[in-house]
Design a protein around this ligand. Structure first.
Ligand SMILES: Nc1nc2c(c(=O)[nH]1)N[C@H]1C(S)=C(S)[C@@H](COP(=O)(O)O)O[C@H]1N2
Ligand SMILES: [Mo]
Length: 326
C-alpha cells in the first residue's frame, strides 16, 4: 500500500476506508439514542436481505436521462474548469451520498430502479408573488440554463470537481417575485417509501430530507438549482430531476430531488443538523479550521485520484461568500 506513511494521521488506511466505515462513523452517534436503533445504524440495510433490495435494483443502462431542450447548456466562462481536474462521470455517478437509497455510497446507483423522476413538480410556496407547482421544464423556461464547474466537498472529507447544468437561484427568486419578508428558503426532498428502500430501512430518520438557506445565501451568485451534470440531465443517484448546489458549503446542504421550496420569514432546520447539531452545523460552511468532532477537516481526498490536498476556506469560494458571514 504505497504512500500510507505520507498520509495524515486522521486518514483511514485503505482497508478501513470503505464507504461502510465512513458511514459507520457518520452514524455512530445514533448509538447514543438507544432504543435498539444501533443494530440498524451499525450495519447498513441490516435486516434487509438482498432479495428484498432486488426489487429496487436499477436495470442496466445509461445513468443519464435523455437530453431535453436546453441541453447541453452554455458554459458560464466565470465558472470554467480553470485547471481543476474534473471528476470522471463514472466516479460521480457510482459513489453517492443519498440515504433515501442506501448508506452504502457504492450501492446507491444500483438501487434507483423504482425511483420515478417523471412526472415531477416542485411546489413553490410561501412568501412569493408567483407560488405554484412547477415542472422542471417550467423552471428551465423561467431562467436560462448554464454550465458551471464547481468544487464539491463532502463533510466526510472527500471531494470532487463537477460540471453542473442549472439555473442560478438568484435569477429564479427574481422571476418568482420573492416578497420582502422572506428571510429563509426551506427545501424538501421527495418522500416515497415504495420507490427507495432507505425510508423504511432508516425509519428513525426525520424524513423527508430537508435543508434551509438564508435568503442572502440563496441570492448569492454561486447558488444553483441544478438539473444536469456533464451536459446531460441529472442521473437519479445525483439527485434527479432537480437539486441544490451551494459549493462553499458541505455536500449535505446540497439537497437532492427537491419537491418543495418554501420562502419563509422564520428560520427552519436541516436533516443532519437536526440529527446531530454538534457535528453538522446549521450553516455547514466548508472550514479547514473547524474539525468535525470525530475527524479533521484540514485536508480532503479527491475521490477520483485518491490524492489529498488542503481544504480551502469556503471550499475556495471566499471571494464570493466570505462577506455574508463577516
Ligand atoms: N435528499 C438527499 N439529499 C442529499 C443527501 C441525501 O442523503 N439525501 N446527501 C447529501 C450529502 S451528505 C452529499 S455529500 C451530497 C452527495 O451528492 P452526490 O451523490 O451527487 O455526490 O448530497 C447531499 N444531498
Ligand atoms: Mo456529504
Amino acid at each position: 500500500m504505497p504512500f500510507v506513511h505520507a498520509r495524515p494521521p486522521w486518514f483511514l488506511p485503505e482497508r478501513l476506508a470503505t464507504p461502510e466505515s465512513v458511514h459507520a462513523s457518520r452514524r455512530r452517534f445514533l448509538a447514543g439514542l438507544g432504543t435498539g436503533l444501533l443494530g440498524l445504524a451499525a450495519a447498513p440495510l441490516a435486516g434487509c436481505r438482498d432479495e428484498e433490495l432486488e426489487r429496487f435494483a436499477a436495470p442496466p443502462g445509461p445513468a443519464f436521462p435523455p437530453p431535453r431542450p436546453g441541453y447541453p447548456a452554455r458554459p458560464n466562462p466565470a465558472f470554467g474548469a480553470r485547471g481543476l481536474a474534473v471528476t470522471p462521470p463514472h466516479v460521480a455517478t457510482t459513489h453517492n451520498n443519498f440515504y433515501e437509497f442506501s448508506t452504502d455510497q457504492e450501492r446507491v446507483h444500483r438501487l434507483v430502479g423504482r425511483f420515478r423522476i417523471e412526472p415531477w413538480t416542485v411546489e413553490i410556496t410561501g412568501l412569493v408573488a408567483r407560488p405554484g407547482r412547477y415542472t422542471v421544464e417550467d423552471l428551465e423556461a423561467l431562467v436560462p440554463l448554464e454550465e458551471r464547474v464547481y468544487r464539491f466537498r463532502c463533510v466526510e472529507a472527500w471531494a470532487m470537481v463537477l460540471p453542473w447544468t442549472g439555473l442560478p437561484l438568484a435569477a429564479l427568486c427574481r422571476k418568482l417575485g420573492v416578497r420582502g419578508e422572506a428571510r429563509y428558503l426551506r427545501f424538501t426532498s421527495f418522500h416515497a417509501p415504495d420507490q427507495a428502500p432507505g425510508f423504511t430501512q432508516l425509519g428513525h430518520y426525520p424524513w423527508p430530507y430537508f435543508e434551509t438557506l438564508r435568503i442572502d445565501e440563496a441570492l448569492n451568485e454561486l447558488s444553483l438549482l441544478a438539473t444536469g451534470l456533464y451536459g446531460k440531465p441529472l442521473p437519479k443517484q445525483n439527485g434527479a430531476p432537480v437539486r441544490l448546489v451551494v459549493p462553499w458549503k458541505y455536500g449535505l446542504k446540497n439537497i437532492k430531488s427537491i419537491v418543495r421550496i418554501e420562502f419563509r420569514a422564520t428560520r427552519s432546520g436541516s436533516f443532519w443538523h437536526s440529527l446531530q447539531p454538534s457535528e453538522y452545523s446549521w450553516l455547514s460552511n466548508v472550514d479547514p479550521a473547524v474539525p468535525h468532532p470525530r475527524w479533521s477537516q484540514a485536508r480532503e481526498r479527491d475521490l477520483a485520484t485518491g490524492e489529498t490536498r488542503p481544504t480551502l476556506p469556503f471550499n475556495g469560494y471566499g471571494r464570493y461568500v466570505a462577506s455574508l458571514y463577516g
